[in-house]
Design a protein around this ligand. Structure first.
Ligand code: UDP
Length: 312
């Protein structure tokens, strides 16, 4: 089995590379490293089954090898990252997706798209099922990410309908765990690092907004299962247990035994008020549901960031 994976050095991409190498697959990993680092692959970069190509997948790439799966996971994905690189984010969701679909078509490979719960925007339906079309501001601060992923889904379906490319689309809800960047600006990495450093935890708004946090191992397990079944519609993957941001902050302060307090900052534009996946489809199609509780996942993630600080 040979996998082509864009975004190989990213948080989710690096976990996938490791899972594929463990299974004995060959992996060609591509990344332009604008929001990630090769450090995330330090344990496998020299593996004989792994080839790393530093390249921006928004630009064409010719691959000589036979490929079984093209997996498109490249994109800035945290709100501060995609706000810093709005055009690159739009390019990787549009041109990057086209390039990956082109490789899949040429190689007669299956195509796997990492889409996002952001396609639902600031949702008016709770929890969000796959059939919900979303509530997205097309010119808001988040639109570079939301709209490029919506286009990526449309492109994937166009290749599926016109060229019969065999596709998978997952809509990934908030996911966390080791190999997130400490400074990626997401809520879990921010709070843990602030707590470990004794700094105030920065809550945007009143912290009444909710998210549902999935531990990375659960997500990877879902992705591997989806590769084994024939299901070509978008599928939500996430943890359906919903928490308020303020409760997450309190939990992290407690778990790290930190002396930090909470600081309230303005809420960014278009920040979704509630987000929670409806995963009945994933349960039915994959027999999958998350197994790792927030407490267990946070414990492992706190441990990871603590060790990073000690080894720095
Ligand atoms: N958030 C926060 N403090 C932070 C970072 C994020 O209160 O330091 C909030 C953010 O406004 C959002 C939620 O936490 O409501 C999740 O933010 P994140 O950037 O992790 O992902 P999102 O789900 O918004 O893409």
């Amino acid at each position: 089995m040979k996998i082509f994976l864009s975004g190989a050095c990213g948080f989710i991409g690096s976990h996938l590379c490791r899972a594929f190498i463990e299974r004995g697959y060959k992996v060609i990993g591509v990344d332009n490293l604008i929001t990630s680092s090769q450090d995330n692959l330090r344990d496998i970069i020299k593996n004989k089954n792994f080839l790393f190509i530093e390249h921006d997948i928004s630009k064409e790439l010719y691959i000589a090898d036979k490929i079984d799966w093209v997996m498109h996971f490249a994109s800035p994905a945290s709100p501060p990252d995609y706000s810093r690189y709005p055009i690159k984010t739009l390019k990787v969701g549009s041109l990057g997706t086209l390039n990956c679909l082109g490789i899949a078509k040429a190689k007669k490979a299956k195509f796997f798209l990492a889409s996002t719960s952001e396609v639902y925007g600031d949702p008016q339906v709770h929890p969000q099922p796959e059939e919900y079309w979303g509530n997205v501001n097309p010119i808001g601060l988040r639109s570079c990410y939301d709209e490029s992923k919506r286009l990526a889904e449309a492109l994937t379906f166009a290749y599926h309908r016109q060229h019969k490319v065999n596709i998978r689309i997952i809509r990934i809800f908030n996911t966390y765990g080791p190999f997130m960047r400490a400074d990626d600006g997401r809520v879990v990495s921010n709070f843990i690092n602030q707590a470990l450093e004794g700094k105030d935890l920065t809550i945007y708004g009143q912290g009444e907004q909710t998210r549902s946090f999935c531990y990375i191992d659960d997500l990877v397990r879902g992705i591997l299962k989806l590769m084994e079944v024939e299901y070509q519609l978008p599928l939500n993957l996430g943890n359906p247990s919903e928490v308020k941001v303020v409760d997450l902050a309190r939990k992290i302060i407690k778990m790290t035994r930190s002396s930090s307090t909470i600081k309230y900052l303005p809420l960014p534009q278009d920040d979704p008020k509630r987000r929670c996946p409806d995963i009945k489809e994933a349960k039915k199609v994959l027999g999958w549901k998350p197994k790792i509780s927030l407490s267990e996942g946070l414990k492992k993630t706190i441990e990871y960031f603590r060790n990073l600080k000690h080894s720095a």
